[in-house]
Structure formats: C-alpha cells, structure tokens
Design a protein around this ligand. Structure first.
Ligand code: GUN
Ligand code: FE
Length: 424
C-alpha cells in the first residue's frame, strides 16, 4: 500500500529559472518517496491523514552539488595561493595520494558526509581518487546514510606524480572492477566514469573508458576548459584536435549517447559551446573554485539562455566551501563581473536562476530531483530562519534571499532525500 505523508509550510522552489513558485502555508503530498501534489488547499480525501506542520518554516528543495572532490575535503580552505596546475601539483596530488590508505580515507570521507548533511546537500556528483577501495568506501557511506550520489574512481595514467598514478591496464581493470561492484547495486548511489582531465589520461585509457561507459551504461564526468594554462597544455598534447572539447569527443566521451557532466567550461569557444549544447552535456559551474585558482569567469547566463544543461558544483577544494548557499551567491557575483568586464549581452544571474542551478538544474542529471513537481523525489529541507530576524515580516521570497546570503546551516532543521529524513 502506498504511504502518504503531508507536509505543511511556506513552500518555495523553481520550476523554471526565471521565477520562484511560492505557496504560503501550502501543502506537499508525498506518496512513498515521490511528490504527488503541491497545493494551497488540502483535497478532502486527505482529511484523515496527520499533517507534519511547519507553518512558520520554509520548505524548499535540498541542494544538488554537481561537482566535488571527496578526497580534497581535508584541504578545503587551504592552499589558495596558486593557479590550477601548480595548485594540483603542490597541494592536491599529495593529499589524494594518502587515499591509498583506507584507514585515512575512512576518517576524511566520514567527515565529508557529515558536512554535506550539515549544508543540506542530498545529492552529489563526486570524484574519488585512483584508489578503488577508498572510493568504494565513499560510495558505501552515501548508501548507508541515505544520500543520492554518482561516485567515480578517478583515472590517471600519464603526467602524474609517482605517488598518484596507475598503469593504463591497471586503471582500466580497476575501473571495470568498480563498475562490476556498483553498477546496478543501488538505485540511489551509482558509479560514474571519471577520467581526471585530458592531461593525465592517455589516448588508450580514454578509449577504454569510453568502451566501459557503454558496456555498463554509466555516465561520464571530467573537467573541461577550466584554466588558460591547462588549455594550452591540452593543445600541446593533442595538436590534432581543434579545441579541448574535440579531444573528449575524439574518444567518445562528450555526451550524445552517454550522459556527461563537464566541470568549469570557463573558456569554451563558440564551436565548443555548440557541441556541448547539441550533445546535451551538463556544465557544472564552479564559481568559487574559478576565482580561487584564478581560472576565470564562466559565461553561465549565456549557457542558460542557450538552453544548455547547467548546475552548480562546489568543486572542493578548488572551491573553499561545500555550502551551496555560498556557491549560489558566488555564481551571482561572478555573473555580475562577467557582465561588467567581459560581455554585457546576456545580463546577470538572478536569485531564482542561481537557485534553480543549485536545485533543479543539477537535479536533472539524476532524473527528478531539485523541484516540487509531481513525480519528483521528495528531496527537501525544512528551514527555521527565525534566528536571522529581529522582526519577521518578510515574504517567503525575501526570507529565502536572506537565508541564502546571510543565513547559516543551523537554520536547516530537517533534511529529506527520497522521501526519508536523513539523520545525522
Ligand atoms: N583539473 C584536474 N584535476 C582537478 C582538480 O582536482 N580540481 C580542479 N578544480 N580542476 C582539476
Ligand atoms: Fe574539479
């Protein structure tokens, strides 16, 4: 028999980027894990069902982080003084090397899960490391604690330090083992093919990964056109390709028949943008990271106006925070600087647009998450914002704005994923 739950409160979400849907003192009817109806008046047939009443609170979709590096959690907030490539070499690769040790991984990954919970992020698309065992432990944690996730064992077989490199055959074999162990095991936590980026992957490895993606019907994630130094290196490594996207495309790793998410896409040319759009590639916009490792400002409003798939990634530890609220603010601030200094043709991101990216935009990668429409998974946050007011007389949209700009995680009093409350 279906299990019905009814939640009452000040409901806010974005069906489309351009505006918020607001139901003051409205109802969300959830059947098992999915939303059945969102309404202003409760239909009579539900009169006998007990209501979970959050009348003075806000009910909003929980967050989707479309790109983050689990093993960089311990480095979050450290090493912000270098540009991407030296940053990887100096801070990131040495930290990731430690995940050969499963005991080390266990400590860091448990803290990561706690912090995701704290920030109200219930779905993430995550890079692990090259180490299969540690990465499997991370996937197990997401399963155990009720989150939704795509988790990737990273591939690196060239241009990598001795402490963080695999042979091509080992890399493919361990990826295959990872897929065997996790493809089809959970409907909520799934494996994803994860070549780190073009400079650390040989052509043989990339072709092999492309075959595995098809063999196991799993998606692909990587980095694309993030930083000028990186792009130059890619063009030296692959002079036969006209741009960075063309390298992924050459090996069958750029959307089309396989779902793909590319982080950053800061410096894509018109030709690449067209390719990303035509192939339905998801862009994971990482605004905090793009500033920290001074990669640049991505033309996100343009991507949205073109109708491309876009979400937001915290990209820790290039990004310095897992808070999607802070990432939303950064996305808006980035777009204002893009408008002011680079191109004023597309306008700036509004709050509803940036909120959409951090909820429904990224949620689309999973299917139906990040909105309160019929058939969507009930992935939600209950927010008590009373502590950030002296006198509470604002409308729901203003309350959400203040929460995002100047609230904190203690305002989030409950988190739901797939219709179930996530306990700490
Ligand atoms: N490109 C390749 N690896 C990384 C990484 O770990 N972080 C970021 N931001 N970019 C990358
Ligand atoms: Fe990244």
């Amino acid at each position: 028999m279906e299990k019905i739950k009814i939640y009452k409160g000040n409901i806010i979400f974005t069906k489309i980027p351009e505006k918020f849907e607001v139901l003051e003192n409205g109802y969300i009817i959830v059947s098992d894990s999915k939303i059945k109806k969102v309404c202003k008046e409760l239909p009579w047939e539900y009169n006998d069902i007990k209501i979970e009443d959050y009348s003075d609170k806000i009910i909003m979709p929980s967050f989707v982080d479309l790109h983050l590096h689990g093993p960089q959690f311990e480095n979050m907030g450290l090493g912000m003084d270098k540009e991407l490539l030296p940053w990887l070499e100096t801070y990131t690769f040495p930290e990731e090397s430690k995940f050969k040790d499963l005991e080390y991984a266990k400590k860091v990954y448990m803290n990561l899960i706690n912090e995701l919970w704290e920030n109200g992020t219930t779905r993430s698309v995550v890079f692990g490391t090259i180490h299969r065992e540690s990465t499997e432990y991370l996937a197990d944690l997401f399963i155990k604690y009720g989150f939704g996730a795509y988790v990737g064992k990273v591939n690196m077989d060239i241009n990598s330090p001795d402490t963080l490199v695999e042979s091509t055959s080992e890399s493919l074999l361990e990826t295959k083992n990872f897929l065997r162990n996790y493809a089809g095991v959970s409907s909520r936590v799934k494996p994803i093919i994860t070549p780190r980026f073009i400079p650390t992957c040989s052509g043989t490895l990339l072709s092999g990964l492309s075959d595995l993606a098809r063999e196991y019907s799993v998606p692909v994630q990587s980095h694309l056109s993030e930083n000028k130094g990186e792009i130059e290196w890619v063009s030296e490594l692959h002079p036969e390709c006209k741009n960075y996207s063309a390298v992924y495309d050459k090996y069958g790793l750029l959307g089309g028949d396989i779902k793909t998410v590319m982080a950053h896409c800061v410096h894509c040319d018109e030709d690449e943008i067209k390719m990303l759009k035509d192939r339905g590639v998801f862009v994971a916009h990482c605004p905090t990271s793009n500033l920290n490792v001074y990669s640049g400002i991505a033309p996100i409003k343009k991507y949205m106006k073109l109708g491309m798939n876009v979400g937001i990634g915290s990209d820790i530890s290039g990004g310095h925070t897992l808070s999607m609220m802070k990432c939303i603010v950064s996305a808006i601030q980035n777009s204002k600087m893009y408008y002011l200094y680079i191109d004023d043709s597309y306008g700036m991101l509004t709050l509803s647009e940036a909120f959409y990216l951090a909820t429904k935009g990224g949620g689309k990668f999973f299917g139906c998450s990040g909105s309160f429409e019929e058939g969507y998974d009930f992935d939600a946050l209950i927010v008590d914002d009373s502590a950030i007011y002296s006198v509470l007389n604002k409308d729901v949209e203003q309350r959400l704005e203040k929460l995002i700009y100047s609230g904190n995680t203690s305002c989030i009093i409950k988190r739901f994923a797939f219709g179930e409350q996530l306990e700490k």
